[in-house]
Write a protein that binds this ligand. Structure first.
Ligand SMILES: [Zn+2]
Length: 203
């Protein structure tokens, strides 16, 4: 009539045609459209029990919550001991929800990883490039311990320990000998910090 045939009209015709055809074939048809969620896709689910996480204060969960930390907590806490804190002043989680064991591993991984730049073995940027290389990703956004599984946390702990021990044994000016360390040597520009590289360039 008016000549307008929008995609939605075409879609509804298609569904009706399919329904009619299937009824003719003696089949019961239930074709429903997906309802749009009012809450969108912002829900965070507990990775252990699947329940939708609750946004709440860390009061009663942290021994000391004088900094008023906010968390996403599994509604089945403490039976399901899973939560993650948010970036201060936002509702954005710092990583994925984790149980006690994984939280401990992530903390240990962070502690060892931080030593790489806090002890001057490399700059912070270099340390994150090293981390991305360890977990075999080219996307720096993925080089984030807060999202890592048990496996990758253990890997970061082991590789950080290896790196620190190798530096201690080799001395600050000596390049690394084995494959892993040579790879790191390449990735982080010689495995030396800025000061050391300048000193070597001059000498
Ligand atoms: Zn849970």
């Amino acid at each position: 009539m008016c000549g307008l045939r929008t995609d939605s009209i075409l879609l509804s015709l298609d569904i009706r045609q399919i329904r009619e055809k299937m009824i003719l074939m003696g089949k019961t048809v239930h074709i429903t459209r997906k309802k749009k969620s009012r809450k969108g896709n912002n829900q965070i689910r507990c990775p252990y029990c699947g329940a939708v996480a609750r946004y709440q204060s860390a009061d009663g969960i942290y021994r000391d919550n004088s900094r008023n930390v906010m968390l996403y907590v599994c509604p089945n806490y403490p039976e399901c001991d899973s939560y993650v804190r948010v970036h201060e002043g936002t509702k954005i989680p710092v990583g994925s929800m984790a149980n006690r064991e994984l939280r401990g591993l992530r903390k240990e991984a962070h502690d060892y990883f931080n030593k790489l730049y806090l002890n001057g073995y490399m700059s912070k940027d270099e340390a994150y490039r090293w981390l991305a290389d360890i977990i075999c990703t080219t996307d720096m956004a993925n080089a984030h311990i807060g999202n890592m599984s048990d496996y990758y946390c253990r890997l970061v702990i082991e590789k950080s320990k290896d790196f620190i021990n190798a530096r201690k044994q080799a001395g600050s000016d000596k390049p690394y000998q084995d494959g892993m360390k040579r790879r790191c040597f390449d990735v982080i520009g010689g495995g030396l910090d800025e000061t050391e590289r300048k000193r070597k360039a001059v000498s």
